[in-house]
Design a protein around this ligand. Structure first.
Ligand code: UDP
Length: 336
């Protein structure tokens, strides 16, 4: 019998990519998602799908009675730093309270393996590589909500025997290609707020320009520096983490390439990939953004052998471009 994994948020960008990777590796997958931000069409065909909300304990109990899960990958969350600064309560309720209800349900049903999606936004800005034990100083409510959930997870480990791996993603991007090189799963937020999809939408002629949020940061070109990591590399780290839970009961890892790019550099690489001039307009800072976040992923590399397969920003943006060109309306054209 193959292992059965519950994937919360498996209709979202990273969750659906990880669900597909799990299936590819022989796992059985059930996706639980409220579709508030995700897309039904992003859920792999081979996965079972249950629509529901983490705030609904009764729905979760039914799900866990049905499923007999061996592990949970918990992606479901609101994940936009900018939005979180405006909608504080929504972020704490959805991300912290929702996770707490999930954790209680897991323990009640004796499911004690968790992979949790955390973020670089738990750290303060740093102009050298960020390690896992560096200070936690979230600049946004989003980052705070993830840090609070991490802390809960550790208490459930200590008091309830939960085995966990916390994965702190830096900037997820790129698209999953199939064996024929076709982009099958990619970024499709509604409304879109992320830098790479917005930049590529300009190249598609869907927007007149991209905005650069802040040009007075303490960085060489004045714009924010981030570590852009391919979503397939993130997905692979989840499988490694799941396999490692037998040996290790408590893990926390950064996932990034250890290479920072400024907003201006990202837009420039997108110009090279697309051959489009992509006009950029300077705009004020976006609340919730720190200047520099670049990962050291040395720990997961050493302990689990994770190495990014797509570390080059050019390749990452090329895969995202393949997705956006093939699916200019995201999942909308699939009618769901
Ligand atoms: N950004 C920007 N213009 C945009 C969207 C984002 O300049 O239209 C910047 C943003 O301020 C941040 C970086 O691009 O420094 C990455 O932002 P994104 O929203 O893609 O990811 P986040 O870092 O919030 O996860």
């Amino acid at each position: 019998m193959s292992m059965h994994v519950l994937v919360t948020g498996g209709a979202g960008y990273i969750g659906s990519t990880a669900a597909a990777a799990l299936i590819h590796n022989g796992y059985r997958v059930t996706v639980f998602d409220n579709l508030s931000r995700g897309h039904r069409a992003a859920v792999p065909l081979e996965a079972d799908f249950v629509q529901g909300d983490l705030g609904d304990r009764a729905a979760l109990d039914t799900l866990f009675q049905m499923g007999k899960f061996d592990a949970v990958m918990h992606f479901a969350a609101l994940a936009e730093a900018g939005e979180s600064m405006q909608k504080i309560g929504l972020y704490f309720r959805n991300n912290v309270t929702g996770s707490q209800i999930l954790l209680d349900t897991m323990i009640a049903h004796d499911v004690k393996r968790l992979i949790f999606s955390s973020t670089a936004a738990v750290y303060g800005s740093k102009d050298s590589l960020i390690h896992e034990d560096d200070p936690h100083e979230p600049a946004s409510v989003y980052g705070e909500s993830k840090l609070m959930t991490e802390r809960m997870v550790r208490w459930y480990h200590q008091r309830e025997g939960l085995r966990y791996c916390i994965l702190r993603y830096f900037n997820a991007c790129g698209a999953m290609l199939d064996e024929h090189g076709r982009a099958v799963r990619g970024e499709a937020h509604q409304p879109e707020t992320h830098l790479i999809p917005l930049t590529l939408q300009v190249a598609l002629g869907q927007r007149p320009h991209v905005s650069i949020f802040g040009t007075d940061y303490p960085t060489p070109d004045g714009t924010c520096i981030r570590d852009y990591v391919h979503v397939e590399d993130l997905a692979r780290a989840h499988i490694l983490a799941l396999e490692a839970l037998d040996e290790r009961a408590a893990m926390t890892y950064n996932l990034g390439n250890g290479q920072g790019y400024s907003v201006r550099e990202v837009i420039q690489v997108a110009r090279e990939v697309t051959g489009h001039p992509i006009p950029a307009v300077e705009a004020p800072r976006r609340p919730g953004d720190g200047p520099i976040l670049v990962a050291s992923a040395e720990r997961i590399s050493r302990e689990l052998g994770w190495q990014p397969r797509y570390p080059k920003l050019h390749d990452i943006i090329a895969s995202a471009w393949a997705w956006h060109r093939a699916h200019p309306q995201g999942y909308a054209e699939q009618g769901i």
